[in-house]
Structures are given as structure tokens and as C-alpha cells.
Design a binder for this molecule. Structure first.
Ligand SMILES: Cc1cc2nc3c(=O)[nH]c(=O)nc-3n(C[C@H](O)[C@H](O)[C@H](O)COP(=O)(O)OP(=O)(O)OC[C@H]3O[C@@H](n4cnc5c(N)ncnc54)[C@H](O)[C@@H]3O)c2cc1C
Ligand code: FES
Length: 258
């Protein structure tokens, strides 16, 4: 898969909820290459000074344009938030291994996402909606500000269930309160998950108990993004692996969540 570093034009940068933003940029070359689960590495300070390192973001959508979905948490994402239509963006990608597609016999595909972990799920549903699977999204957010309209998912035929810690939207509690929405079988179910490690650990335990397979998109603080510095290594059943190069997508039963 070809990696591209290029300067792209920002087409839109809008707030989707109290907490989350979506940035759209015009990158036809990148859009053709990227697969669900992969990420882009963005130089948020054009001078490369502060922050010095690029910042990784999952690709949220890659159709006519490339989109990322982000939470403003520090200097890099604050700079991203200040981008206006017509500004330029230095982007490297697509990076990392994509999600493995579900086995052909799968009937229900379940996406379990927490917070900003929703980001790789839209592009995944864009691809999976072409297949015969029933698509289910179980989404957990802290409160109303961490939830946003799920229109694009619903347009893709995804059945959406939401839980918030304070019960302000959907069910009250962690996303695990929604696990009873998952098919009891015997039809095969395949799970994708992305979000905080404790949430993915709970998904892993549930999948293990029910004998379900799946994939987890992991996150770690990154520097090079290319597998060179080993700064993003995590523990797996096969030893330490880099999130940026060996991942971010791993088999769900492979990762040792701490
Ligand atoms: C593969 C991958 C995909 C990602 N996709 C998205 C995405 O789609 N949308 C999005 O909003 N964010 C995503 N992230 C996280 C994003 O890269 C960070 O939020 C961003 O780098 C923060 O930069 P900053 O300069 O604003 O804040 P920083 O100053 O770098 O960080 C602010 C605080 O958050 C902590 N932090 C930063 N990154 C992480 C992390 N990955 N895990 C846990 N704590 C962290 C820092 O330690 C610090 O305390 C992804 C990360 C990875 C590795
Ligand atoms: S960030 Fe350098 S190896 Fe992953």
C-alpha cells in the first residue's frame, strides 16, 4: 500500500457536538488508498515546531474527500480546530494495518465504540453496508456533549444504541450495558471495537466468554508513526508490537489490555 505525504486543502472544519469536530480535506490520492482502520499522521503546526511531532487520527470517511473526526484535548488538536476552509494541511498516510473483514458466514457485525473511538467505525460501515451483514453500533459516551447525531451511521443501515455515563442520552451506564443487544446466536457475530482500554478489555472478556471473534483498533501516543522509534509498543500475545505499524488493528484476543 502506497504511503503518501502531501499538502492538502481544507474544505471544512466544523463542530459536530460540544466535544467533537470534523475536518474535511481534498485528498483524492489518499482517498483511493485508505482502508477502514488506517490512520493519517498530521503536522498540526505547519512549521513543525510546536508540537514537533505529527498527530495520528483515524480516517473517519474516505469518499470524494477524506474526513477525520476529533476531540480537542491539547496543543495539536487546538491547532487543528483553528484550521479554516482554504488552509493547507500536511498529511502522511495511509498508515497502519487496516481492519480485517468479517468471515463470509458472519450474520451480524457489531461495532463497539467509546468516545472518540467512533472515528474508524463510519468508514468501516461505508464498506460493510455493501455486504449482507446486519450492522449494529453500540456507542458509549461520557455525557450529551460526547454524543453527536448518528445520521451517517443510520443512513448506512446501522442500528444504533447509545449509553452515557450520566444517562443524558440513551441507557445509563457504560457501553457494556448494551451488550444484550448483540445476537445470541447461533448465527456468527463479528465484533470491532475502538475506545478506551478498559472498555476494549470488557469487550474482549465478553467476546471470549461467548466465543466470538473480532478486531480491536488500538491507540497509543505516537512519534514517528512508521514503526521506527518503538515508542507506541503495546503488549500482545505475540510479544510487544507497535500500534503504528503492526496495528492499530489487531485480533481482539491478541491484545493484552492493561
Ligand atoms: C491510531 C490512532 C488513531 C487516533 N485517532 C483519533 C481520532 O480519530 N480522533 C481523535 O480525536 N483522536 C485520535 N487519536 C488520538 C490523537 O492522536 C490525540 O488526541 C492527539 O495526538 C492529541 O494531540 P494534542 O497535541 O492535541 O494533545 P497532547 O498534548 O498530545 O495530549 C493531551 C493529553 O492526552 C494524552 N493523550 C494523547 N494521545 C493519547 C492517546 N492516543 N491515548 C491516550 N492518551 C493520549 C496525552 O498524554 C496528554 O495527557 C488517535 C490516536 C492513535 C494512536
Ligand atoms: S510511533 Fe514510532 S514506532 Fe510507532
Amino acid at each position: 500500500m502506497e504511503k503518501i505525504q502531501n499538502i492538502y486543502k481544507v474544505l471544512a472544519n466544523e463542530r459536530l457536538s460540544q466535544q467533537y469536530w470534523r475536518l474535511v480535506f481534498d485528498a483524492p490520492d489518499l482517498s483511493r488508498e485508505v482502508k477502514p482502520g488506517q490512520f493519517v499522521h498530521i503536522r498540526t503546526d505547519e512549521r513543525g515546531l510546536q508540537p514537533f511531532f505529527r498527530r495520528p487520527f483515524s480516517v473517519y470517511r474516505a469518499q470524494k474527500y477524506v474526513e477525520i473526526f476529533y476531540d480537542v484535548i491539547g496543543p495539536g488538536t487546538r491547532l487543528l480546530m483553528s484550521k479554516k476552509k482554504g488552509d493547507t494541511l500536511d498529511v502522511l498516510g495511509p498508515l497502519g494495518t487496516p481492519f480485517v473483514m468479517p468471515p463470509a458466514e458472519t450474520r451480524q457485525v457489531v461495532m463497539v465504540a467509546g468516545g472518540i473511538g467512533i472515528a474508524p467505525m463510519l468508514i468501516l460501515s461505508d464498506v460493510l453496508k455493501m455486504k449482507k451483514y446486519e450492522l449494529l453500533l453500540l456507542y458509549g459516551g461520557r455525557d450529551r456533549g460526547h454524543v453527536y447525531p448518528m445520521k451517517e451511521f443510520k443512513d448506512n443501515g446501522v442500528k444504533v444504541h447509545i449509553a452515557t455515563d450520566d444517562g443524558s442520552v440513551g441507557a445509563k451506564g457504560r457501553v457494556s450495558v448494551l451488550f444484550d443487544k448483540i445476537d445470541k446466536g447461533p448465527s456468527p457475530v463479528f465484533i470491532y471495537t475502538c475506545g478506551p482500554n478498559p472498555m476494549m478489555k470488557a469487550v474482549q472478556a465478553f467476546a471470549s466468554e461467548k466465543g466470538l471473534a473480532g478486531q480491536a483498533a488500538c491507540e497509543e501516543i505516537m512519534a514517528c508513526g512508521l514503526g521506527a522509534c518503538l515508542g507506541c509498543s503495546i503488549e500482545t500475545a505475540g510479544g510487544f508490537k507497535t500500534v503504528c505499524y503492526d496495528g492499530p488493528c489487531f485480533d481482539l484476543d491478541e491484545v493484552k489490555f492493561h
